[in-house]
Design a protein around this ligand. Structure first.
Ligand code: FES
Ligand SMILES: [Fe+2]
Length: 403
């Protein structure tokens, strides 16, 4: 029997119903949650605009004027370090007539350094803090004050070295939402680390497909059975109790690999990777710490690095992904750094290729009329946490919109 497409209200109701089930009876979300443009718009206005989205790490914006251009939902954005050394998140929309001042049609790079941003249309120019600097031939515009016109700022926070934006402007501070998360990752001192690998991926799938793929490790025994499963078997992964605004999973190494790591920790050996992060407790070195800062901050700790995936949702079936690796400054001075970097870049790409395949396959399957309500393994507990967050964020967002 063919399934009838649900309305946005019905999709929402099905998400609430799924989120209410106990873990032992957990089911998949309705397929429309991944493919329907109307539902994506609701989600964009509530879950995504109302949450904190990670855009950059401070090490990507080292010098005054360094900027990153990106698009999030319908917002053209530039993240830029000002003359005062502050990083800001600004709209690229020109306050004159509304052009995107750094639109890709102008041929500029996605990252660069500009002390002054100039709108190519009529050459209004802006300081890196957004203030209007120059505006030709505006002296006869009555009542026009330069100080009234600027690139609009978005609310942002720098949390542990990561620059986040909150489009709605009314989310609770990250210091509050991610407080226990911060304590868990504090030993890595991520504000002092540096992004050394960046790989860009255009993803023809829904942002939740990526998030779910990131946070469940059940699929180690499937698509990663030769890459990750031998050292971190799916069956021994486990998830912390539900926390409101982030999810934490543990990916312990096998006893054999764990013993090798313990020995390496004793001798300070890098085991062929980057120089280890100093001062990590042993039990944090013998597993990968997998986190999801809700809604979509994907973060992983290992003994010599952290991995961060930047996810920018764009449409129901499209998101832009940047997969990165951060290491300590000291690790960059190791004599074999260049070789390790090349090998680890390949590793990051190789296992993500496997994820890209299954994510594309999911999006294709979810468009079908034959999709059924699936059941989840206990190893997919983090997906159930995502569902419960989604239900909360949707209901809060909808309640606010009604006020
Ligand atoms: S639209 Fe930017 S200067 Fe006119
Ligand atoms: Fe994966």
């Amino acid at each position: 029997m063919t399934r009838k497409p649900r309305s946005v209200d019905d999709v929402r109701a099905a998400i609430f119903a799924a989120a209410d089930l106990p873990l032992e009876r957990a089911v998949t979300l309705p397929p429309e949650a991944y493919v329907d443009p109307g539902f994506f718009q609701l989600e964009a206005d509530t879950v995504l605009a109302g949450g904190w989205i990670c855009l950059a790490h401070v090490s990507q914006l080292k010098a005054k004027g360094d900027y990153i251009r990106l698009d999030l939902l319908d917002e053209p954005i530039v993240v830029i370090r000002g003359r005062d050394d502050e990083i800001r998140v600004l709209s690229r929309v020109c306050p004159h007539r509304g052009a995107d001042i750094l639109h890709p049609v102008f041929g500029g790079p996605n990252e660069g350094n500009e002390k002054i941003l100039v709108c190519p249309y009529h050459r209004w120019s802006f300081e890196a803090d957004g203030a209007l600097k120059g505006c030709p031939e505006m002296d006869r515009a009555e009542g026009f004050e330069k100080s009234d016109w600027r690139l609009a700022p978005f609310r942002h926070e720098v949390w542990e070295g990561f620059v986040f934006v909150n489009l709605s402007g009314d989310a609770a501070p990250l210091a509050e939402l991610y407080a226990p998360f911060r304590e868990m990752i504090a030993p890595w001192r991520t504000a002092e680390m540096e992004v050394v690998i960046e790989l860009k991926w255009d993803c023809a799938f829904n942002w939740k497909i990526m998030v779910e793929n990131w946070i469940e490790s059940y699929h180690h025994l499937g698509i990663h059975h030769t890459t990750l499963n031998p050292s971190m078997p799916a069956a021994t992964t486990w998830t912390d109790e539900e926390q409101g605004h982030f999810i934490r999973c543990h990916l312990p190494f096998t006893p054999k690999v764990g013993a090798e790591v313990a020995e390496a920790a004793r001798t300070g050996d890098a085991m062929g990777g980057f120089a280890p992060v100093p001062g990590l407790p042993l039990d944090r070195q013998t597993e990968w710490g997998l986190y999801l800062g809700l809604p979509c901050f994907m973060f992983l700790t290992a003994r010599d690095r952290v991995i961060w995936y930047r996810l920018l949702p764009q449409a129901a079936d499209r998101c832009a992904l940047l997969t990165t690796t951060l290491v300590t400054k000291a690790a960059k001075d190791a004599p074999d750094y260049a070789d390790v970097l090349a090998a680890e870049t390949k590793m990051l790409s190789d296992f993500h290729m496997e994820d890209m395949q299954v994510n594309a396959a999911m999006q294709a399957g979810l468009k079908s009329s034959k999709v059924v309500k699936g059941r989840l393994s206990h190893l997919e507990q983090p997906i159930w946490h995502v569902q419960r967050y989604l239900a909360r964020a949707l209901s809060e967002g909808i309640a606010e919109a009604a006020q």
